[in-house]
Structure formats: C-alpha cells, structure tokens
Ligand binder design. Structure first.
Ligand code: B12
Length: 208
C-alpha cells in the first residue's frame, strides 16, 4: 500500500480519484513537481505489480493514460516559467523505447525555462538525433530511456553525436541512469531527475 493517497490512487488505477486529488492539491498550493513525485511512486508500484505478474500490459497502458490526463492538469503550471529565449535543445526517447511521460515532463520544464525544444518523440534513431542537432545547431541533446534493453541503442545514440564532429553535449535521463550507465554510454551528463535538465542546460548554454 502506498503511503501517499495520490500514489495509492494511481497504483489502484483510479482515474477519477487521481484527477480530483491533483486538482485539489494544486489549488492548495502544492508544487507540481511534488505531485509528479507522488504519481511516479504510484506508477513504480504498477511496474512492480506488472513484474510480479499481477498486472498485465493493459494495466500498464491504463496507468500511462491516467498519467497523461494528470499531466494535462499539471502542464500549465510546469510550463509557466520566465519566457526569455535561451536557445534550442533537441530531445527524444532512444530507439527501442516508447516511454515518453518522463521525457514530456522534461520538455515542459525546459520550455517553461525559456528554451525552444525540438521534441523528436519516441523510438528515435541515432542518425535522427544527429540530423536534428546539426539542423538546429544546438549545444545540447537530451535523451530519455527507461528500458534496460534499450541501453545498447542509447549508447549508439550518444556515440553518433560524439562522432558527428558537432560541438554538442549529451544529457541522458531516466530512472535507470547511474554511474555504470554513464560510463557505458559516454554521455556528458546524466540524471534521474527531470528538473536537473534545466540546471544542466543553463551550465551548457553559459559556455556554448
Ligand atoms: C506507463 C508504463 C508503460 C507505458 C508507457 C506509456 C508512455 N506513454 O510512456 C506502456 C504501456 C506503453 C509501457 C510499455 C512497456 N513497458 Co513500461 N512502464 C510503465 C511504468 C508503469 C511507468 C513509467 C512512467 O511513465 N513513469 C512516470 C514518469 C514520470 O517517470 P519516468 O519516466 O521515470 O521519468 C522521470 C525520471 O526518470 C526523469 N527522466 C525521464 N526521462 C528523462 C530525460 C532527461 C533528459 C532527464 C534529465 C530526466 C528524465 O524525469 C521524470 C520525472 O521525474 C513503468 C514502471 C516504473 N517503475 O516506472 C513501466 C516500465 C518502465 N516498463 C517496463 C516494461 C518491461 C515495458 C514493456 C517492455 C512491457 C511489454 N512486455 O511490452 C513495454 C516496452 C515498450 C517499449 N518498446 O518501450 C519495465 C522496464 C524494466 C526495465 N528496466 O527494463 C518497467 C520498469 C515496469 C517493470 N517494473 O517491469 N510501459
């Protein structure tokens, strides 16, 4: 059983309760990133139940749909930063992986912080990252990955940028990023936390 009521509601796939709790808490002044943390905790529980064979793919899909609805309520808050233009960033979920809810949060935060974000979507091939980075002359490409099985293609995506001759840094993000993954991939930056993207972008754009 989840400690938090919102986490419990999404883990229980109770869409109505999730949406009313999100609305209620936003109105009470709770920060959107705190709500995302609660939702993430509940979604991790759904993932565990899936792994244990209690839940099936249909439950994973439903959980994703509920999160999308909740994100619809959170988006105006997340994207409401200062809008001074700071530069362009390319982002996508790496080839072989179609999880995009975390990536979409990063997109909203970066847009809120004033960056133009080129979102390449999911299942993005290495050459597509390179082409977009070249066309947009961006100093930073961000990649999202949730699947362990996508580790190999994630490395290919990072290496494609490194070998392209472009002066572009690579940030990888997702729940399984750790020191070992960083070493394996050769990425410049890595994080498990969406809001780190704006901090890292600020650092990269300062020296670009
Ligand atoms: C919803 C979900 C789905 C949905 C995705 C819907 C969508 N539009 O994204 C669907 C049903 C499509 C799905 C499919 C599958 N899934 Co799935 N899924 C999940 C679930 C339950 C939640 C994921 C999620 O959205 N979390 C909420 C978001 C907000 O969190 P997040 O993505 O981690 O993002 C946060 C951070 O990681 C970070 N972040 C993310 N990206 C980035 C990028 C940058 C640059 C930065 C800085 C930060 C950052 O910021 C975010 C906010 O804090 C997880 C369980 C879990 N533990 O997470 C399993 C999970 C990820 N799925 C899993 C699996 C196995 C699958 C399938 C292979 C199942 C199957 N047999 O078909 C397929 C794979 C399809 C594919 N090719 O990608 C496994 C992966 C195990 C592993 N490590 O390899 C998990 C962990 C479930 C489990 N425990 O078994 N899934």
């Amino acid at each position: 059983m989840a400690k938090d009521e919102l986490a419990g509601a999404i883990a229980g796939l109770d869409q109505e309760k999730v949406l009313s709790l999100v609305k209620e808490r936003l109105q009470a002044g709770v920060k959107p990133m705190e709500l995302i943390g609660n939702l993430q905790e509940g979604m991790a529980r759904v993932g565990d139940l899936f792994e244990e064979g209690e839940f099936f793919l249909s439950e994973l899909i439903l959980c994703g749909e509920i999160m999308k609805e909740a994100m619809g309520l959170l988006e105006p808050e997340l994207a409401a930063g200062d809008r001074q233009y700071r530069g362009t960033i390319v982002i996508g979920t790496v080839k072989g992986d179609i999880h995009d809810l975390g990536k979409n949060i990063v997109v909203m935060l970066l847009r809120g912080a004033g960056y133009k974000v080129i979102d390449l979507g999911v299942d993005v091939a290495p050459e597509k990252f390179v082409q977009s980075a070249r066309e947009n002359e961006t100093p930073l490409v961000a990649m999202s990955m949730l699947l362990t099985s996508a580790m190999g293609t994630m490395k290919e995506c990072v290496q494609a940028i490194k070998e392209s001759g472009l002066n572009t840094r690579v940030l990888i993000g997702g729940p399984i990023i750790d020191d070992k993954v960083m070493q394996f991939s050769g990425a410049d930056y890595g994080s498990t936390i969406a809001s780190d993207a704006t901090k890292i972008a600020e650092k990269v754009f300062k020296t670009a």
